[in-house]
Design a binder for this molecule. Structure first.
Ligand code: GLN
Length: 463
């Protein structure tokens, strides 16, 4: 899709300004709660690329391509708020590395998308404008936390969008809206300029409609960045893929068992059967601690969130209330500015960090040991298989208006969070729908830095 779009621009069938306009109109007419703001600056960017074309100057790989950012990614001179009232009025003083990279390739950033506040949420329930509606139904959740970014791509408000994935926030909404969503290997993409939540788990990821487009945008934003010490230059990977013949596909026993009761289990079995018929080997593997992933994540991420969010105090960023003392300023700003779920995470995180060693059920060391343990189990499993295939979620989108049980929301991460703990790349692709046409996703996970193989298999499964 992006290739054809760029071809029309390069061959001067259409100007960038004309090409982007329909996307802008769609964003402005959004009724799903996906868009927080359309950036007027798109016109300047489009004009700039049009001038380049007129002068015959070389064009970037995303020339004229309209892209939407999740509201937790900074774009210099523009509002960014992580969908939180505490950041009301905040203007980004610099651009995230990913934004600079997009602009360097002549992309047109057109809008910022709604999301669960500070990326804490599984279904888009805690978005700034209220629950984001699914692209396929106004009565269903969009999936979170990158709810608006996913809906924007599904409804063609843009050709690609960025989200962040700490436990599944790109892959899960991609699955629920019937599009492609990728979380790269931890370290592949710079987090500089993304509002931090769970720093050693999260990566910026990409949404698009095809594997080719997803791969292209991921390629543009990847790479070592001097401002993010955890970013890395990928080691050279010789992606061995000569077709499905002999390819070892792992079915993770513990996750498979958790999925057996799902009405979609036969669909998943069918996909594996077809792969087997095409020559792949289905290998049952065990990742013994994978079922502890959710517990591990909901202990680890809140501790990081509690520290990362300490900076929002009414002094430095966004919202600040009238107060007589400094303590009152902190208290009032944070009480008014943060939503319920964010407060729950901060409380939980601080509890984890401050409980006395003898009295607590977890301590940081145990939690990070568990993360390490799960990562080690993944490494051993990838000695036996080339790729793992698993559902992205247990089912299709939940209905809007159901009673809130935070723990139920946490459970939606069951199939996605393991890849954040291990650091593995994982992509969700559409793989079917329920009887009401609500989409379902399938996840392809490979070993660290093996995005090449992951995308190749995703391509085979997408035809
Ligand atoms: N459901 C996860 C959470 O609420 C999703 C986080 C994410 O990937 N940003 O923490």
């Amino acid at each position: 899709m992006i290739k054809e779009y760029i071809y029309k621009i390069k061959s001067k069938q259409i100007t960038v300004t004309e090409a982007v306009k329909p996307f802008i109109e769609k964003c402005k007419a959004d009724k799903k709660g996906a868009i927080l703001e359309v950036f007027d600056s798109w016109k300047e960017l489009a004009k700039g690329v049009d001038e380049k074309i007129q002068k015959g100057e070389p064009l970037g790989r995303l020339a004229g391509v309209p892209i939407i950012l999740k509201d937790n990614i900074l774009y210099k001179g523009h509002r960014a708020g992580a969908a939180s009232k505490i950041l009301d009025g905040f203007i980004a003083p610099y651009s995230a590395t990913v934004v600079k990279k997009l602009l360097a390739e002549d992309a047109i950033i057109i809008a910022r998308a709604d999301m669960d506040e500070f990326a804490m949420g599984g279904i888009g329930r805690y978005a700034y404008q209220g629950p984001t509606k699914n692209a396929h139904s106004d009565n269903h959740h969009a999936g979170g936390s990158s709810s608006g970014s996913a809906v924007s791509v599904a409804l063609d408000y843009c050709l690609a969008s960025l989200g962040s994935d700490t436990a599944g926030s790109v892959r899960y909404p991609a699955a629920l809206n019937g599009i492609v969503g990728v979380k790269p290997t931890y370290g592949a993409v710079s987090r500089y300029g993304a509002v931090a939540f769970g720093s050693n788990l999260e990566q910026i990821g990409v949404f698009a409609k095809t594997i080719t487009d997803t791969k292209l945008v991921l390629d543009v934003i990847s790479g070592k960045c001097e401002f993010d010490a955890t970013s890395k230059r990928p080691p050279i990977q010789a992606a061995k893929f000569d077709g499905l013949e002999g390819l070892r596909i792992g079915r993770v026993k513990e996750l498979y068992e958790a999925f057996l009761d799902s009405p979609f289990a036969p669909l998943y079995d069918g996909i594996l059967d077809n792969l087997k018929k095409a020559g792949a080997k289905i290998v049952d593997i065990s990742i013994p601690n994978v079922t502890k992933s959710i517990n591990c994540y909901y202990a680890l991420a809140p501790t990081q969130a509690a520290s990362n969010l300490a900076r929002f105090d009414g002094v430095r960023y966004g919202r600040s209330v009238d107060a007589d003392t400094l303590a009152e300023l902190y208290e009032k700003t944070r009480s008014e500015g943060f939503g319920t779920e964010v407060k729950r995470r901060i409380l939980l995180g601080n509890l984890m960090l401050s409980a006395r060693p003898e009295g607590r059920e977890f301590n940081e060391k145990e939690i990070s040991n568990m993360k390490h343990q799960i990562a080690t189990e993944f490494t051993s499993a990838f000695k036996k298989v080339d790729v793992m295939i698993m559902p992205t979620g247990a089912g299709t989108a939940p209905q809007i208006g159901q009673p809130i049980d935070p723990v139920d929301d946490y459970l939606v991460d069951l199939f996605t969070v393991p890849a954040n703990l291990s650091g593995s790349p994982a992509v969700s692709i559409p793989c079917g729908a329920d009887e009401n046409g609500m989409p379902l996703g399938l996840q392809i996970v490979t070993d660290l830095w093996n995005e090449e193989l992951m995308f190749k298999i995703a391509e085979v499964l997408s035809v």
